[in-house]
Each structure stands twice: as C-alpha cells, then as structure tokens.
Design a protein around this ligand. Structure first.
Ligand code: DQA
Length: 147
C-alpha cells in the first residue's frame, strides 16, 4: 500500500517560518519521520510539496493510479481552493487533512476549510505529530476496508 503525503504552499519554509506558530521542525524532518513510521506500519509513503495549486492537483490525479490514500496539508489553499477539493473528491481515495496549527484559535479566515468536507477526517493543532496520526489513521482505514 502507498500513501501520498502532500504539502501545499509555504510548507517548504517550515523550520524558519513563524516558529511560534509552526514550530522548528523542517518539512524534510517531518517527511523523514513519516517515512520511518511508514516502514514500521508496512506501507510506502510518497512525499510531495508544491507552492502551485495545479501541481498539487496533478499529483492528486496521479494518486488515483499510484496511491491508496492521501495525507494532505493544503496550507492556505484549505481556505479557498475549490479546485483542490474537487480533485480530492474525484479520486475517491481516503484522505486526511492535517494542520500543524490550531486554525480555530487563529484569524477567522482560517476557521473555514473548503477541503474538509471531502476528507475522511481532519487533524489540527498538534504540530508534526498530526501527520503521523493521520498516516496511522489512513493505514487503519485501508486495513478495515480492504482487509
Ligand atoms: C496550515 C494553516 C493554514 O491556515 C496556513 O495557511 C498554512 C499552514 C497549518 O498547517 O497550520 O499554510 O495549514
């Protein structure tokens, strides 16, 4: 089984971006930890980050053939990208949305997720561990559904 781990705009700057909000762990470290966890869980992860909406959508489409589930932090696209929402809906794979920060205690524009309704679930506010919890949940879901 393969899980696609997608990160949207500005998440390549983790480590130096607004450390008080997002912590100090880089995306490379997060991806390394996820790869190690995946090995323990007996699945593969493929990690992809882009600052471009279309590139993320292309990758979601590719997942239809090449992945069994998706863990995604859409970054600010969460709040307004109907195109990413439609792509997730189109591929019909279990997907979990992750936010490092607790978006609900931040600015009002972050309280709305247009992508959440097409996700299996959402994890917010737990930092990098959120990605690991999402990966575990996707694997549990795949085990339940496909045995
Ligand atoms: C984020 C929250 C978004 O509001 C923001 O635009 C991000 C990161 C998070 O991980 O907390 O880029 O998705």
């Amino acid at each position: 089984k393969t899980v696609l781990v997608l990160n949207g705009p500005n998440l390549n700057t983790l480590g130096w971006r607004e450390k008080n909000v997002y912590g100090t762990m880089s995306l490379a470290e997060i991806e390394r930890n996820l790869t190690a966890l995946a090995e323990r869980l007996g699945v593969e992860v493929r990690c992809f980050q882009s600052n471009h909406e279309g590139a993320l959508i292309d990758e979601i489409h590719r997942a239809r053939e090449t992945a069994d589930g998706i863990v995604m932090n859409p970054g600010a696209f969460t709040h307004y990208s109907y195109a990413i929402r439609d792509a997730i809906a189109a591929v019909e794979l279990p997907a979990i949305e992750v936010h490092l920060s607790n978006v609900y205690k931040r600015e009002p524009f972050r309280h709305v997720s247009v992508t959440a309704p097409v996700m299996l679930g959402v994890i917010a506010g737990l930092g990098p561990i959120g990605y690991e919890l999402a990966l575990k949940a996707i694997v549990a879901q795949l085990d339940n559904v496909k045995g």
